[in-house]
Design a protein around this ligand. Structure first.
Ligand code: NAD
Length: 369
């Protein structure tokens, strides 16, 4: 069997604390399940700046480009607030996304039954929620040119951002959404604003054509993005996979995420185009940041990081049974009433990062036996 190569970039703050819990799972999978992971480690963010004067070194970028998948913790913190803009901690993540050409961002919104009461919606609306938002990550209004503020010379200024999408960009993100839908509930809802935006008209056409050409077995629905936002908070369980552009995806994925509770629970994946062997470049990371307020205290919730590793098993290595078991292990531990401080509720037992990681590993071992 060829080795599965992983680059671990723990980063700053709680990043290394959360990554330590994933390392234990990898060690178990290698020792007992013959997973054959070969891991390497690197620095990113403030820790890379301290060591190399850059937010990620060229050597670590090379490792990232060569690895099957990158696991990323979190970057940033007050220590690096004053460093020059080009080498600020976030620049490391942006460089990785750019050089690995990660155009598809996957943000699942899963509501574990044990945490349904923590949602801002009624528990029956979110209990068992399992949706996946696929956001286009490298195009649209965040990158379109012109992008500027011009002086109109009459005491007024004009701010300009350009929403622009080419056919190929829409085709490839739609393709990712349809392929992922096939592995889940087989339904895709595409969201844009075709009623007021030309890019929305093209988005709608290209998604429809892509569906007809290659994915007609998947159920496709179109929805205006504003209506989609309403539906997400009215009846979120109606969705399986949502595909949308960079701007709407940024907002809708945050809305969907918050249906499910704490930042410490939210994983994500970013994928690139498949290479000649069909393997996509990929980076997996928790949605949360480096949480300087709790860093070093051993109380961070490692679930977002562990669930990001479960996504890695599923999407980079097609280890579906293992990914299912790891997600089930998280649900079982939550069901048993074990909680980190951020998701604590009355009657539950509060634990730290290590104990939460150990509890999940124990449940995972039992499910894998
Ligand atoms: P944050 O996500 O780090 O923290 C927000 C709040 O949520 C904090 O109170 C924190 O304690 C809590 N929290 C976050 N993750 C948690 C976890 N796993 N367990 C328990 N509690 C958790 O966001 P912030 O405070 O706005 O930013 C802190 C730093 O992180 C900044 O330097 C910011 O630039 C950076 N940041 C990095 C990333 C990234 O690396 N992808 C993302 C967001 C923010």
């Amino acid at each position: 069997m060829t080795a599965r190569t992983l680059l671990l970039l723990p980063g700053d703050g709680i990043g290394p604390e959360a990554m330590a819990e994933v390392r234990k799972i990898i060690a178990y999978m290698n020792a007992e399940l013959g997973a054959g992971f070969e891991t390497d480690e690197g620095l990113v963010g403030g820790s890379a700046y301290d060591a190399h004067g850059a937010a990620i070194s060229e050597g670590d970028m090379e490792k990232a480009l060569a690895a099957d998948a990158v696991l990323f913790g979190a970057v940033g913190g007050p220590k690096w607030d004053a460093v020059p803009y080009e080498v600020r901690p976030e620049a490391g993540l942006l460089r990785l996304r750019k050089d690995l050409k990660l155009f598809a961002n996957l943000r699942p919104a899963i509501c574990y039954p044990a945490l349904a009461n923590a949602s801002s919606l009624k528990p029956e609306l979110v209990e068992g929620l399992d949706i996946l938002i696929v956001r286009e990550l490298t195009g649209g209004v965040y990158f379109g040119e012109p992008k500027e503020i011009i002086d109109l010379g009459n005491g007024q200024k004009r701010g300009i951002d350009t929403q622009v999408y080419d056919t190929y960009e829409i085709e490839r993100i739609a393709g990712v959404a349809f392929e992922l839908a096939r592995t889940r509930g087989n339904r895709v809802c595409s969201m844009e604003k075709r009623n007021v935006m030309k890019s929305g008209v093209l988005w709608n056409q290209v998604v429809t054509e892509t569906h007809k050409r290659a994915y007609s077995d998947v159920q496709l629905e179109h929805m205006l993005a504003d209506a989609g936002g309403m539906q997400l908070v009215r009846a979120p369980k109606q969705f399986d996979v949502i595909v949308t552009d960079n701007l709407f995806g940024d907002m809708l994925s945050d809305v969907a995420a918050m249906l499910t509770g704490s930042l410490g629970m939210l994983p994500s994946a970013s994928l690139g185009a498949p290479d000649a062997k069909g393997q996509r470049k990929a980076l997996y990371e928790p949605v949360h940041g480096s949480a300087p307020d709790i860093a070093g205290k051993g109380i961070a919730n490692p679930i977002a990081m562990i669930a990001s590793f479960a996504m890695c098993l599923r999407y980079s290595f097609n280890m579906v049974a293992e990914a299912d078991n790891l997600e089930k292990a998280i649900a079982e531990v939550l069901d048993s009433g074990v909680r980190t401080g951020d998701i604590m509720s009355e009657g539950s037992r509060q634990v730290g990062t290590t104990e939460m990681g150990d509890a999940i590993l124990t449940a995972f071992k039992a499910l894998s036996a």
